[in-house]
Design a protein around this ligand. Structure first.
Ligand code: 1HE
Length: 267
């Protein structure tokens, strides 16, 4: 573990590595971690660093809220084409999380609103405290999602539910979001970061190629016809089996050196 988290992006991000796991903290708590373009660029640099230095990563927010979404003060000043370029910057950055090389767990405390929910949706596992909440107040603000939410959030929870959230601006609790498929784990208040870090350490033990294939093959296969998807799956599955890591891990299991799958209570 790096003794103290370092800061990146003029303090907007905290960064540390704990064994194989990088911890990336959104660090603008006075503005509820609202994301300016500068903030997104700093986040992108931290994601690149984590990808080079770790085998899994955790994304969390400092302060009482994960992220209040787009920095509305900055956005209100933008000419049209700058807004387009800003949205495309978010897309590129979030894609380095979603279809990158290492899995990300998002620890959600308090609000995950607008672009904050879009950022969470680009990670692979969302751990939300029972007091956390989700909202898409774009309708209220007269804007639209621009951080990939129309693709990622609608795939997670369905476009009808996403449309409901955008049209009504209502807040959805962590437990309802879990029921909708937008959250994977609901945990007691104050424990999301710890739980997310545990999960990241577990994922970091997986074969690197398998993690890479999960991140990069699954979303692409979801976009394919069933026929193309099954063909692609066969190719990826065969490639995975060829890796030395897979050969070793299969041998370890057959020679009783690796643990069995446990019943759910043990997790
Ligand atoms: C902000 C932002 C922001 C807070 N941009 N400054 N996002 C929203 O519409 C969410 C707007 N924020 C809120 O509803 C609330 O701030 C929270 C529910 C997240 C938190 O409430 P609370 O009571 O803890 O904090 P606060 O007092 O509202 O905010 C503290 C400060 O942060 C305050 O500034 P101050 O100078 O008065 O201290 C707020 O103005 C500031 N702040 N949120 C700028 N978002 C790529 S497209 C994505 C589209 C979207 O993300 S739309 C959703 C935008």
């Amino acid at each position: 573990m790096t003794a103290h988290p370092q800061t990146m992006g003029d303090g907007l991000i905290t960064y540390s590595v704990d064994g194989d796991v990088a911890l990336i903290g959104l660090n603008r708590p006075d503005k509820r971690n609202a994301l300016s373009d500068r903030f997104v660029i700093a986040l992108g640099a931290a994601v690149a660093r984590a990808t080079a230095e770790a085998r899994a990563a955790v994304l969390h927010g400092h302060g009482t809220h994960f992220c209040a979404g787009l920095d509305l003060a900055e956005h209100s000043e933008k000419p049209l084409f700058e807004a387009v370029k800003g949205s495309r910057l978010w897309h590129r950055t979030f894609e380095t999380i979603e279809m990158g090389e290492i899995p990300f767990v998002c620890a959600i405390t308090g609000a995950a609103v607008g672009g904050g929910f879009e950022l969470a949706a680009s990670s692979h596992i969302r751990v939300a405290e029972e007091t956390a909440f989700f909202a898409l107040p774009e309708g209220t603000r007269g804007i639209f999602v621009g951080g990939g939410g129309s693709v990622r959030i609608s795939r997670l929870i369905g476009s009808a539910r996403m449309g409901d959230m955008m049209l009504t601006g209502r807040s959805v609790s962590a437990t309802d979001m879990e029921r909708w498929g937008g959250v994977s784990y609901v945990v007691p208040a104050g424990t999301a970061l710890e739980r997310a870090t545990e999960i990241a350490h577990r994922m970091a033990q997986n074969a690197e190629f398998t993690n890479y294939a999960i991140l990069n093959a699954l979303p692409r296969i979801a976009d394919m016809s069933a026929d193309s998807g099954l063909f692609t799956e066969a190719m990826v599955a065969s490639l995975a089996t060829m890796t030395p890591e897979a050969k070793q891990r299969l041998k370890d299991f057959l020679e009783k050196r690796s643990p069995k799958v446990q019943a759910p209570d043990a997790h």
